[in-house]
Design a protein around this ligand. Structure first.
Ligand SMILES: [Zn+2]
Ligand SMILES: [Zn+2]
Length: 818
């Protein structure tokens, strides 16, 4: 019955059969526990490269594993289809964004199907289609009515090349547009915002979530919570309102060290507080500041600039008169746009004082301080000096005492502020969901009635980037009747950031056919929250953050009942090639198509999982793929060849015991690794099993029945990784279709029990630790274990690793560069 392994035929044959049989369509009423395994849907940029597969293939393996474990698994796929690149293609190549996008989707869908993933294609969602964006618009109205969407003038990030506003999250690196790399400038415009800041505190809470620390830290930093005090400084001698300015400080304990006072140039009080003789200089400075990007303004070490306004505030504690300056490193959006400057204890204030020869007054004594002038700001804690009644207190204690005094005298209060700003969601571009409001001369902003949705994108808009939305020039779109008074009115011509579309797509997968609501309530209740969400870490402060906000907002509006969209999150690493991240501009993009055509989908899937731990990624290497392909060929030969037990095997209990141990140990290991998403070590143990089976086969060491049990188990263990090969061999060995409907094999704990060994861990030849491990530990596992031991880490901390030498079952020696 031998016949060559021919993946090309097998792939097509089974993909066709699975589709015809609707093997992977999911119904809610299965009687099995549900599991929602979600992979971030791809942006419709064109071809899928191998990096997409790296996101998708391992998560498909996990979804298949859960399915075999008896879960009813929802594993859907769709397309994030609105956004700038489609429009840029329209401008550059004269293709309509819709055509460009749909053509790309067709190609990407073909590629995804060639991977043999178990996506339920009947649930596909495409965000640029009216049946989808109708509901994106509907959510906008819900947020608007709940006070969570508003319009305001704002100094916004503006990309001069893309001719659009960008969210803060889309300004990357040194203040560049994340789409085109152009340096972003600032511009004051009327914009739409979502009030994400209302959820700042709740977004800091990850209770019950299994998320990577790194991602949580990025989000926490993005929210930027600071605790401190808000303090009022009286304005000297203005005689007009207001009579005071409030500042936020994280260090109220340094208030006696205030020697000048700073306002953002944009602060509305600046004009009023500018003395007539200072006006020309102040105006000139403000005009100059407008040209500066935010990242430049905040850069440490940047030469300090500023202008004295010619007016003063009074320090409420010391009674001292303090001059007011404006400077660009105070941002209008942080705190109150005003700062009490304490040059002795703040680096930027220190630089500012040096530049303009303002006094520096030490009020927190550094250790061993003898009253000398400071060479640099001292930002630590210490004993309070030059601070009136507070002298001699520890600064932490002074913090509390000063806050108490401020509150008692009504001069201020303890407070918390956040760095997070509201989410700017309007875009002056065509290819997005139109914002469903109307501007009426009489009624102002009027939301479009829900029944009038969707507000369709007119197909005939002009795409030339002018800095204004292309929809402005589409007369048929703009001119409408006011839903309030019936008079003539204009539609809003901005569209929504495509991150709004992707903030709720995981809800739509549960019931994409629902026409009268964004989703079916019962089905969302059934499936959500998502059990496992996988995708790139680059989305930490964008998509992953927005989706959490959106979920909480919908909960408060009463549309859903859970607090968080994604219970477990896993961020995979990146596949690099030729030493760098793949990108079209570098020309090092690997397309999966050729490799699939040559080696079959299973080999490409397997190789991606074998390349390294999933969270780390790795370097693509053709010969590695060939290795996996060879291994699959060996599995083919092993299972299809005739097995002949040698005489007398029936009575050989020793071989049988070893054989069963090997089998059950592998089942345990594969299941354990899959649960932890450790695909590389899972495959290593499957390879070990096949090597073992090859030897057993040559010797004919076990009875036929046991051999058949082993190959049967091997196919089940292999099914998630190599779904086509496993299905073909399952059929060839006389089993009934389909291997993917089989239960995951159980193991016997007793039989799986491992022999244990003690591994010595050395650093530069010196014994530093010992650890008891299963005898079957692989080299990769031993290395990882050794490098992660606390007692070893202290010896390698900060030093360069030169080599790790593994003596199997005995020693790991970590060699450091001297
Ligand atoms: Zn740009
Ligand atoms: Zn009206």
């Amino acid at each position: 019955m031998t016949q060559n392994y021919n993946p090309q035929d097998i792939d097509k044959k089974w993909q066709h059969r699975w589709a015809t049989d609707r093997l992977h369509e999911v119904k809610e009423d299965s009687g099995r526990p549900q599991f929602y395994a979600l992979t971030m849907f791809p942006y419709t940029s064109g071809d899928l490269h191998i990096g997409h597969w790296y996101t998708m293939a391992p998560s498909d393996v996990y979804a298949r594993f859960k399915r075999m474990q008896g879960y009813n698994v929802l594993h859907p796929m769709g397309f994030d289809a609105f956004g700038l690149p489609a429009e840029n293609a329209a401008i550059n190549h004269g293709i309509h964004p819709y055509d460009w996008t749909m053509r790309n989707i067709e190609n990407m869908r073909r590629q995804l199907k060639s991977m043999g993933a178990m996506y339920d294609w009947s649930r596909e969602v495409i965000t640029c289609l009216p049946e989808y964006y109708r509901w994106t618009q509907w959510f906008f109205l819900k947020l608007y009515n709940a006070g969570l969407a508003y319009r305001a003038e704002a100094a916004v990030n503006w990309c001069p090349r893309c001719q659009t506003v960008l969210a803060n999250e889309q300004v990357v690196g040194e203040g560049c547009c994340d789409r085109c790399g152009t340096t972003v400038t600032r511009k004051a415009l009327e914009q739409w915002f979502f009030r994400i800041t209302r959820y700042a505190e709740e977004l800091l809470d990850y209770t019950g979530l299994d998320w990577p620390e790194r991602t949580k830290t990025m989000q926490r930093n993005w929210i930027g919570k600071s605790e401190g005090a808000e303090i009022s400084f009286r304005l000297q001698g203005t005689g007009t309102e207001p009579q005071e300015i409030r500042v936020f400080t994280t260090r109220p304990d340094t208030i006696f060290g205030v020697t000048f006072f700073l306002l953002a140039p944009e602060n509305p009080l600046v004009a009023q507080l500018t003395a007539p003789e200072r006006k020309a200089e102040v105006d000139e400075y403000i005009a100059w500041c407008r040209q500066q990007a935010e990242y430049e303004r905040l850069a440490l070490g940047r030469e300090k600039t500023g202008v004295f306004l010619g007016s003063y505030v009074i320090n409420p504690l010391s009674g001292e008169q303090v001059p007011i300056w404006i400077t660009d490193y105070v941002l209008p959006t942080y705190g109150t746009g005003a700062v009490m400057a304490v040059p002795a204890h703040d680096e930027r204030d220190f630089e500012f004082a040096r530049k303009f020869q303002l006094p520096v007054k030490t009020v927190i004594a550094p250790p061993d301080w003898a009253g000398e002038e400071l060479d640099e700001a001292y930002i630590g804690t210490g004993t309070m000096v030059n601070s009136g009644n507070f002298n001699g207190l520890a600064s932490e204690q002074g913090y509390e005492s000063i806050c108490a005094l401020l509150e008692k005298e009504g001069w201020g209060k303890r407070t918390v502020i956040y760095r997070l700003r509201d989410w700017l969601i309007s875009r002056q571009r065509y290819w997005g969901a139109p914002i469903p409001v109307v501007h009426c001369q009489k009624c102002g902003i009027v939301p479009v009635p829900e029944d009038d949705l969707p507000i369709l994108l007119p197909p005939d808009a002009e795409f030339k980037p002018t800095g204004e939305s292309p929809l402005k020039y589409s007369q048929g779109f703009v001119n409408t009747a006011c839903p309030g008074c019936g008079g003539p009115a204009q539609r809003e011509t901005d569209t929504m950031d495509s991150f709004v579309c992707s903030s709720w797509y995981f809800l739509r997968y549960t019931s994409p056919e629902t026409m009268d609501a964004p989703f079916d309530d019962a089905r969302v209740k059934h499936w959500l929250p998502v059990d496992l969400y996988t995708g790139g870490a680059e989305h930490a402060v964008m998509h992953l953050f927005y989706a959490r906000f959106f979920t909480k907002a919908l909960r408060d509006i009463g549309l859903i009942e859970f607090d968080e969209p994604f219970t477990r999150l896993f961020n995979q690493g990146i596949i690099v090639y030729g030493g760098g991240k793949m990108s079209k501009s570098k020309g090092n993009v690997i397309s999966p198509d050729d490799y699939v055509a040559e080696c079959g989908a299973d080999a490409v899937r397997g190789y991606l999982m074998f390349i390294g731990p999933w969270e780390l990624g790795g370097e693509w290497n053709d010969s590695g793929l060939v290795g996996i392909s060879r291994w699959l060929n060996r599995v083919w030969s092993l299972v299809t060849a005739d097995y002949r037990p040698s005489d007398g095997t029936a009575s050989d209990g020793e071989h049988e015991r070893e054989f069963r141990h090997m089998l059950h140990k592998t089942i345990k290991k594969v299941a354990g690794d899959l649960e932890k998403l450790r695909f590389n070590t899972m495959l290593a143990s499957l390879m070990e099993l096949t090597n073992y089976l090859s030897k057993v086969k040559e010797a004919g060491a076990v009875p036929d029945s046991l051999w058949r049990e082993a190959t049967h188990t091997l196919l089940l263990l292999l099914a998630p990784t190599a779904p086509h090969l496993a299905e073909e061999l399952w059929a060839k060995t006389g089993h009934t279709y389909s291997v993917h409907n089989q239960a995951w094999p159980e193991y016997d704990e007793e039989l799986a029990l491992e022999e244990e060994i003690t591994l010595a861990i050395q650093v530069n030849g010196k014994l530093r630790d010992k650890v008891v491990v299963p005898a079957s530990i692989t080299e990769a596992e031993a290395r990882e274990l050794a490098l992660g031991r606390e007692r070893v880490k202290v010896h390698i901390d900060g030093k360069k690793l030169r080599d790790v030498i593994y003596v199997p079952k005995r020693v790991v020696n970590i060699v450091l560069a001297q």
